[in-house]
Design a protein around this ligand. Sequence first.
Ligand code: ADP
Ligand code: ZN
Length: 207
Amino acid sequence: MSDLGSLPGQMRSGWIEVIAGVMFSGKSEELIRRVRRAIIARKKVQVFKSHLDDRYSGALTVVSHDGRSVEAEPVDASLQIAQRISPLVDVVAIDEAQFLDAGVVELATALATRGIRVIVAGTETDFRGEPFGAMPQLMAVAEIVDKLHAICVICGGAASRNQRLLGGKPARYDSPTIMVGGHESYEARCRHCHQVPRRDDEQVPLL
Ligand code: ADP
Ligand code: ZN
């Protein structure tokens, strides 16, 4: 993983790192790893996460699917992050950034300009396989982007898509982007095993 290793030695402090990828691709694990190393380096770190994360259980933590965790402050808007930034902070990490408003791009940019290392993790495509929230913009303005993959549960290949299942069946294209309190479940799948049925089951035209 690139982390700081790929940065030129003389790079001035203050930049944006994005950890993108599908669910189960290890974004939270990677965010936790970078945060732990920053803490060992005696940096002042603040971790935020969207409260919409379905793994949020009342405890103020970022929890990876393998059970590792770090403390985090739950937020539901980029403004709340801006209001809670400590004047002495060196590193700001934000998990589940796809659920935050577009203001997170301006916020991350302002923090990086001020000399702060900003680590943003999130899934950059929704269940349809289309760009999700502010993630595409964050990936564009970041100095470093890592796009992680999970294992496709159908074919064992590299998974790049979030498969939403409703009642065990692939969710249709017109299902809402964010389901609150729904009974949906997700699987990691590759492009070819990913299924998003349309109402009329038409083929997407090439032109
Ligand atoms: P993310 O934040 O991207 O959702 P996590 O860091 O929370 O990912 O979890 C990654 C972990 O999920 C893996 O290390 C592995 O233990 C577990 N896992 C469960 N299903 C899969 C899958 N289909 N492919 C890869 N890892 C999986
Ligand atoms: Zn597959």
